[in-house]
Design a protein around this ligand. Structure first.
Ligand code: SAM
Length: 312
């Protein structure tokens, strides 16, 4: 009879955090499997995803040596090695993407005059929340909710079409285009499909067929394209987690002192946000009114409609 050997190893978690049951593979395991499979990309087959990456990085490296390529207006100021380190070609390049023509050749459909491309202007509902994981992940002043983009894409295009957003900011058009094929998201947006028919919204609007659309998203701002790429390309959650921890620790070492504050109890705490108050001038007496002091009722979490000037 075999004896169970006691060891002092710390207990290992049986399941990944987002895993629902014993037989389900974690997202990370599925991604790893995908990465190790044969990869089709722009008409070529690679042994695995890393080989695809190596091949296209080499192509991008050659292209970066071409002085004409670097003359494109708005080309980022950066060393070749930095551009290559940020890029994941042909999907994302931290400079004008030299693979766009190949992408269109692969996924585009030539214009066919026999096909009617007519689409009536969209007149359905376009409500969306700005409280979602894509908006909350970071700030970007003009970010558009992905549900709105997805509805417009579902109204005007067919699965597999290419959608272009040349002012794409953080890539929400690409997120919307991908999510047109995600039934959980479509359900959350109030869209349902009966049989193999078109999607129907709660207000009765009929959309075209569900299914991911391809997209090309461009922006002149390198920070925006970096965010856009990271929202749209698959990532290993554990690698991401480790990188975020390293960055947080490094930033905390260098800048943490700026966010330190002394509590009334003489203990130290960390500032997580600061509120600045407007200061108004009373039209009667010319005295200053600090809006926060005069109008905010913290006990009842309310802001009063009428404020009184109480000059000193
Ligand atoms: C209204 S924002 C788009 C925001 C985007 N819908 C999102 O959800 O993040 C417009 C974008 O156009 C970009 N832009 C401005 N001029 C540009 C140009 N000449 N070429 C490419 N992008 C440009 C800006 O950097 C900005 O990110």
């Amino acid at each position: 009879m075999a004896k169970h050997k006691q060891t002092s190893r710390p207990a290992e978690k049986l399941f990944a955090d987002d895993q629902m049951n014993m037989f389900e593979k974690s997202y990370e395991e599925r991604l790893q499997e995908e990465k190790n499979k044969l990869v089709e990309c722009l008409g070529m087959t690679f042994e695995n995803d890393e080989k695809r990456r190596e091949y296209f990085l080499e192509k991008l490296r050659e292209k970066l040596k071409d002085p004409e390529f670097r003359k494109i207006e708005g080309f980022p100021i950066g060393e070749d090695e930095d551009i290559l380190a940020l890029s994941d070609p042909p999907y994302y390049t931290a400079c004008p993407n030299p693979f766009i023509a190949d992408f269109i050749k692969q996924y585009g459909k030539p214009y066919d005059p026999a096909v009617s491309y007519l689409a009536e202007p969209y007149a359905g509902e376009l409500a969306a929340t700005r409280n979602n994981r894509f908006v909350n992940a970071h700030s970007y002043a003009t970010k558009v909710p992905h549900e709105i983009v997805a509805k417009l894409i579902l109204h005007y295009t067919e699965p597999g079409d290419i959608v272009l957003d040349a002012f794409a900011g953080t890539g929400m058009t690409a997120v919307g285009a991908q999510l047109c094929g995600d039934f959980e998201t479509l359900r959350d947006m109030g869209l349902s499909q009966h049989g193999k028919k078109n999607l129907i919204a709660e207000d009765g609007h009929s959309f075209r067929m569900p299914g991911a659309r391809n997209s090309i998203v461009i922006d002149i701002c390198p920070a925006a394209t970096f965010l856009g790429a990271n929202f749209n390309l698959p990532h290993m959650p554990s690698e991401y987690d480790q990188s975020v921890k390293k960055i947080r620790e490094a930033v905390n070492r260098e800048c943490g002192w700026m966010y330190k504050t002394r509590h009334e109890s003489d203990q130290y705490g960390h500032i997580s946000c600061t509120l600045w108050s407007d200061v108004f001038v009373c039209p009667e007496c010319g005295g200053e009114i600090v809006f926060w002091d005069a109008a905010v009722d913290t006990a009842n979490s309310a802001i009063t409609d009428v404020i009184k000037c109480s000059p000193l």
